[in-house]
Design a binder for this molecule. Structure first.
Ligand code: NAI
Length: 348
């Protein structure tokens, strides 16, 4: 079921196949220089295998940088399943993925990503112990989204402090793309902080709920990046900051939870040239993996440990913003430089 594919950019890329339960997916290990590769499992109706492979390679590389930025003794990995989680996710399919993860004997730890829930992780845990993000069991960390959202909210505050001179978000307009696990918690925190919200989601029910719950303005998914706002928070899919969308942005700060927000590395320069502060996604959304890491590493005093790590992540981000401004480069460029150095220093 697990077949190694040729790949010269990552430590390993595996195809996962179990036709008896319609499982088609991939697992990528980008780097284990800092420790076992860790990163979530995503299920999406990818158009084809190439799209799924491109996503798993990108996401696993992002995890290496995210774990390094958070100072965790974990490498970067990721898994994807091709399919619609709403209609094609079955216990058999999850358990088959669990067996594939187990076959890697701890070189890869999985957890939730888009399309997955803690109860799905419990299903996977019936086949492997290399799974985190469960609701119960030893050191269980549950749904990481509230911690991820708290980290993104702090990131927005730090960014606002640099751009607007204050982290008080009262009256600021924030455009939030994606009202899923993270986006919803983030909207709640922003709403409580007095921010005004423009929100978009491809799910009309979710959108209507957010309009009511947060007195938010609903925007079409295709337009959310271009609304008149102070801050744009991408919390759905990747690639939303690109050659087409960046010229249309009307905000001064971009900070959100989505992984791989930049379509290409060059898009960091595009944002910088426009004077838009961009909080590197793999630092902004690091709260989720910190939460999960406590489970993987078997940390006893979870809450205190997570709080301390989030504080360190915040200090790292502050440092990145300061040094990037001093060097007149994008924070994304600087953050990648710092994490690449951490990876290289351990790889040798
Ligand atoms: P989710 O699957 O719960 O929510 C995603 C939401 O975005 C859904 O409501 C979906 O309908 C909506 N959506 C999809 N495409 C859209 C589009 N084109 N425009 C507007 N809305 C769209 O996912 P979750 O867990 O909230 O994660 C969001 C992002 O944050 C993902 O990129 C994920 O990889 C990343 N992330 C999540 C973490 C977590 O703790 N859940 C941790 C770190 C990163």
């Amino acid at each position: 079921m697990l077949t190694r594919l040729a790949c010269d950019t990552h430590e390993a890329l595996y195809s996962v196949e179990a036709p008896e339960c319609s499982l088609r997916g991939f697992i990528a290990l980008h780097s284990t220089a800092l420790g076992p590769a860790a990163g979530g499992l995503r299920m999406r109706p990818y158009a084809n295998e190439d799209e799924a492979i491109a996503d798993v390679l990108n996401l696993s590389e992002g995890m290496s940088h995210k774990n390094a930025a958070a100072g965790l003794p974990l490498g970067g990995g990721k898994a994807v399943i091709i399919g619609d989680p709403a209609t094609e996710k079955t216990p058999d399919l999850l358990r088959a993925m669990g067996r594939a993860v187990d076959a890697l004997t701890g070189r890869y730890w999985t957890a939730e990503d888009m399309g997955m829930t803690p109860s799905d992780m419990a299903e996977i845990a019936r086949e492997t112990r290399f799974v985190a993000g469960r609701d119960d069991g030893a050191h269980a960390s549950g749904d990481p989204s509230p911690v991820t959202a708290a980290g993104v909210f702090r990131t927005i505050g730090l960014g606002a402090e640099r751009v607007f001179g204050t982290d008080d978000l009262h009256g600021a307009r924030v455009a939030v793309q994606g009202l899923g696990h993270v986006g919803w918690h983030l909207c709640r925190m922003l709403h409580e902080a007095g921010a005004r919200l423009s929100v978009a989601d491809t799910d009309p029910v979710r959108l209507a709920e957010a309009e009511r719950a947060f007195a938010a303005d609903a925007v079409a998914p295709a337009d959310v990046h271009s609304v008149f706002a102070d801050i744009f928070a991408p919390c759905a899919v990747g690639g939303v900051l690109n050659a087409r969308t960046i010229p249309e942005l009307k905000v001064r700060l971009v900070a959100g939870a989505a992984n791989n927000q930049l379509a290409t590395p060059g898009d960091a320069g595009r944002l910088h040239a426009r004077g838009i502060l961009y909080a590197p996604d793999f630092v902004a959304n690091g709260g989720g993996i910190v939460n999960v890491a406590a489970e993987i590493l078997g940390v006893e005093n979870r809450d205190a440990w997570v709080r301390e790590r989030l504080g360190q992540l915040e200090a790292t981000l502050r440092h990145i913003f300061q040094r990037a401004a001093a060097e007149d480069v994008s924070p994304a460029v600087l953050a990648t430089r710092i994490t690449s150095e951490r990876l290289l220093s351990r790889a040798g």
